[in-house]
Ligand binder design. Structure first.
Ligand SMILES: C[S@@+](CC[C@H](N)C(=O)[O-])C[C@H]1O[C@@H](n2cnc3c(N)ncnc32)[C@H](O)[C@@H]1O
Length: 171
C-alpha cells in the first residue's frame, strides 16, 4: 500500500514537471524552439564574418548548432538557453565535436546576460520580444557590434544586409 502511494506520488510529480515543461516554458519571455537549418547556419556565419579573437553569443542557443559552427572557425561562442534538455543536448554535441574549449552553453535566460563582452550576437526570437531586445542591444553592445536576427526584424533598425530572411545589423 505504501509502495503504491509512493509510486502514485512520483507519477503525479513527473506529470506536473511535464506540464511545466510543455505548457509553461515557451511563455517565459523568449521564443519557442525551431532549429535553424544547415543552409541558414552557413548564411548566418557568412553574415557575421567573425574574426579571430572575437566572441559571439547565441541568445537561445537550442541544440548548439550556431555555437558549434562558430567554434569550428576558432571563435569563442557562448549560448544562453532556458530549456534544460536543450542545454544538455547541446553540451553533449559540443563535447562530441571536441569543441569544449571554444563553445560554452549556459543554462540561463538571455535577459539576465550582460552582452557588453560580445562582438556579435545571433538571435532567432519571436515578434513580441524584438522591441525589448533592441533596447537591450542599444544599452549593452559596444559600437561596431554585429547582430544577426533570423526571421524577425529588429524594429527601428535598418539592416546592413539581408539574405533570405536573415538580417545583419551593425550598431
Ligand atoms: C527559435 S529557437 C533557436 C535555436 C537556435 N538558436 C537555432 O538557431 O537553431 C529559440 C531558442 O530560444 C530559447 N529561449 C527562449 N527564450 C529564452 C530566454 N529567455 N533565454 C534563453 N533561451 C531562450 C528556446 O528554448 C529555443 O531553444
Amino acid at each position: 500500500m505504501l509502495l503504491l502511494s509512493s509510486l502514485l506520488g512520483i507519477f503525479w510529480f513527473v506529470l506536473a514537471l511535464c506540464f511545466i515543461y510543455i505548457i509553461v516554458r515557451p511563455q517565459v519571455g523568449g521564443a519557442v524552439y525551431f532549429e535553424t537549418n544547415r543552409q541558414d547556419v552557413e548564411i548566418i556565419m557568412r553574415l557575421l564574418s567573425l574574426k579571430s579573437g572575437e566572441r559571439v553569443s547565441d541568445l537561445g542557443s537550442g541544440d548548439g548548432r550556431i555555437l558549434i559552427a562558430s567554434a569550428k572557425k576558432g571563435i569563442e561562442a557562448h549560448g544562453y538557453e532556458i530549456d534544460p534538455l536543450l542545454v544538455w543536448k547541446s553540451r553533449l554535441r559540443i563535447r562530441r565535436a571536441r569543441l569544449g574549449h571554444k563553445a560554452y552553453v549556459h543554462w540561463k535566460s538571455f535577459w539576465k546576460v550582460d552582452l557588453s563582452g560580445f562582438d556579435a550576437v545571433v538571435v532567432y526570437g519571436k515578434p513580441g520580444i524584438m522591441e525589448r531586445l533592441r533596447k537591450k542591444f542599444e544599452s549593452e553592445l559596444k559600437p561596431g557590434s554585429r547582430v544577426v536576427s533570423n526571421v524577425y526584424p529588429i524594429p527601428g533598425w535598418q539592416p546592413k544586409l539581408v539574405e533570405k530572411r536573415i538580417q545583419l545589423y551593425v550598431i
